[in-house]
Design a protein around this ligand. Structure first.
Ligand code: NAD
Length: 280
């Protein structure tokens, strides 16, 4: 349920998984905006649907119509998956779970380590909260001074109050500080829209000296496959990863929550033509 939804890849991903699992379930895209959301959720209950994937503009408001919200979704302030347990609706957020699982899928494990993440929107919040819940030791969060900036300050506060991770906010305008924090991190993540249309070809990273070759560099953007930032990092010798893995694994995690069954990720990658790690 989202608006707009016509270009969503969710039905193709979910239906490929249901076919592989051999379950008689289909995923359909419904164009639902915020005004119709309450009625749509009532419909979900009435029609005894197994659940729903939720995207914008509904992610941050749908919790009002649910019976329970998972701790991670509560901290993120957003729900992307609803599971219907006999009429009792539970909201989850698998965006961050998908990101962390895509790292693990490539033997990248930030638990106990320091990471630097840029961004203050929906994707950034999910990645930051889940990484902290999953054991990242220290997190430097950068965001530019715009209408999203307060989200990042709130996320830092939530992480420091609710997890063992020590989070710190820095302004993205301070590029010397960004370079310093990146240099002392195991993992760097762009979780902004910079690099995707209409900002395709752009990056806030001034030059390749920001990328020591031991740094693992990831982007939540999945289109284009390789953003200008990832390309610069790969050329500097870093292992890089785009957002296709996050997208795939958030769907796999959502299906697991709804059905209690996990589809083989290698099958899904082949079926959907997904490859998301670059190592020169
Ligand atoms: P959003 O609108 O909630 O947030 C946008 C973020 O980008 C904010 O932090 C904003 O400050 C930042 N930003 C925008 N322009 C900027 C600029 N010029 N310089 C610096 N920062 C800038 O968006 P979102 O939903 O968080 O999505 C962000 C990106 O993540 C998009 O490219 C989206 O496609 C991607 N995404 C990927 C997945 C996945 O599964 N891989 C899931 C969700 C979102």
């Amino acid at each position: 349920m989202a608006y707009p939804i016509r270009h969503s890849q969710s039905p193709a991903t979910h239906n490929a998984a249901y076919e592989k699992l051999g379950v008689d379930i289909v995923n359909l895209a419904f164009e639902v905006n915020a005004d119709d959301l309450e009625d749509a959720i009532k419909g979900l209950r009435a029609l005894k649907m197994r659940g729903s994937n939720i995207s914008m503009p509904n992610k941050t408001i749908v919790h009002k119509y649910l019976d329970e919200v998972s701790p991670a979704a509560m901290l993120c302030g957003a729900v992307n998956t609803i599971v219907n347990r006999d009429g009792y609706l539970i909201g989850h957020n698998t965006d961050g779970i998908g990101y962390v699982q895509s790292l693990k899928d490539n033997s990248i494990d930030p638990a106990g380590k320091k990471v630097t993440i840029v961004g203050s929107g929906g994707a950034a919040t999910a990645v930051q909260i889940q990484s902290a819940l999953d054991g990242v030791r220290e997190m430097s969060i950068f965001a530019r001074d715009d209408s999203f900036r307060d989200n990042a300050l709130e996320t830092v506060d939530k992480i420091n109050k609710n997890t063992n991770c020590k989070a710190t906010f820095y302004p993205l305008e301070d590029l010397d500080c960004l370079k310093k924090e990146m240099a002392s991190s195991y993992l760097f993540t762009n979780a902004t829209g910079v690099g995707m249309k209409p900002l395709e070809g752009q990056t806030y990273i001034p030059d390749a000296s920001f990328f020591p070759k031991e740094l693992i560099v990831t982007d939540v953007i999945y289109s284009p496959h390789e953003t200008a930032m990832l390309k610069m990092a790969r050329k500097a010798g870093c292992k890089t990863m785009n957002g296709q893995g996050m997208m795939l694994f958030q769907a796999i995690a959502a299906i697991e929550l709804m059905l209690g069954q996990r589809v083989d990720s290698e099958y899904m990658k082949e079926k959907l033509g997904i490859s998301y790690v670059y190592e020169d």
